[in-house]
Design a protein around this ligand. Structure first.
Ligand code: G4P
Length: 314
């Protein structure tokens, strides 16, 4: 996969979160409700242990509400976790967020000490918009390009809560290849990491299987073609995305399709469920084992060759 998150960056972000860990009473993990697994930072789970966490399923206005509920139930199986479906652009749930933070740290609820809440999330998931929503100010920088870095900032709220903005830049889940595609579809990573038709094909295949009615309705089709490419070609012709010679311009129709997906013109769609992730993670674990076995075999081979070389020189 053509996504690069530099080890140096990862190491720095990890160190910054670890350094601040002891000061933190509660984590506020911002996730994209359309991809709650793929928009997680894989290191956070391990660092936070049992520390109270509020998982905010942000951009829930773009996600399938039924699947958001499934995700909430699933995530709340962990006793230290509470969840909230949120729309950082238009939500009036500020009071609820404050209450949930206070409830997650009960022994500090009535004390004079301030609750330190660390806001974490991958770029473009909506952290700045959320901070603006909670503080009622436009102080956090928001941007439409993923990976905008910001300095750490602390914001004191009148309710005795200090919000701490994520110090470093946290990378998304990239070990699972499906996650890469889902992040590209939703705009969580730059789509230049992939070919546009590849992203659109991935989305189409999923939608044909999971949201066929939404596709039929949007593109006025009685029946759906069997494959993603047939579908893209069909709607490409329908929209007049043609190259000279009458071939469908796949780049053009793919871009249109991705925009329609992101703007929920096709519908409110969630791209993954806990069930899907469980299956995929088994596959990822298998690949990881195979990779590790290959690495070990290579190392053994190297050692053997070195020993032989030494012996021959004697
Ligand atoms: P970040 O700090 O985590 O990097 O993300 P940021 O707040 O900058 O948000 C990234 C984009 O996501 C912004 O859009 C923002 O408006 C949008 N966004 C944030 N929360 C929500 C939400 O709950 N629902 C929806 N629909 N969008 C959300 P943008 O296109 O970059 O900018 P703009 O269109 O707001 O100008």
């Amino acid at each position: 996969m053509a996504i690069q998150w530099y080890p140096g960056h990862m190491h720095k972000a990890q160190k910054e979160v670890r350094d601040i860990f002891n000061q933190v009473d509660v984590f506020i993990e911002v996730l994209d409700a359309r991809i709650p697994f793929s928009s997680q930072n894989p290191m956070i789970e391990e660092i936070r242990g049992n520390k109270p966490t509020l998982k905010i399923l942000n951009k829930s206005d773009l996600a399938d509400p039924k699947k958001t509920q499934i995700w909430q139930r699933y995530l709340e199986q962990e006793s230290s976790v509470k969840t909230l479906a949120f729309n950082a652009q238009h939500s009036d749930k500020r009071e609820q967020v404050i209450r949930m933070i206070q409830q997650l740290v009960p022994n500090k609820e009535h004390s004079v000490k301030t609750i330190h809440a660390l806001i974490i999330g991958i770029p473009n998931v909506g952290k700045s918009t959320l901070i603006n929503n909670i503080t009622g100010r436009t102080i956090a920088k928001t941007g439409n390009e993923p990976a905008v870095t910001k300095n750490q900032q602390r914001i004191k709220l009148k309710e005795g809560i200090t919000l701490i903005d994520t110090p470093g830049m946290l990378w998304p889940n990239i070990e699972n290849e499906n996650s890469g595609y889902r992040l590209a579809i939703t705009g969580g990573i730059k789509e230049t990491a992939f070919e546009l038709p590849d992203i659109a094909s991935y989305a189409t295949e999923y939608l044909i299987n999971t949201y066929p009615e939404a596709l039929k309705e949007r593109f006025k089709l009685e029946t759906l073609p069997n494959t993603d490419i047939e579908f893209l070609e069909k709607i490409g012709r329908q929209r007049g995305c043609l190259r000279s010679g009458g071939m469908v311009d796949l780049d053009k129709i793919s871009r249109i399709f991705i925009v329609e997906f992101r703007e929920t013109i096709i519908g409110k769609i969630t791209l993954e469920t806990p069930e899907m992730i469980k299956k995929e993670q088994k596959h990822v674990a298998l690949l990881r084992e195979q990779k590790e076995a290959k690495r070990k075999a290579k190392e053994e081979d190297k050692k053997r060759r070195r020993a032989r070389h030494k012996k021959n020189r004697r």
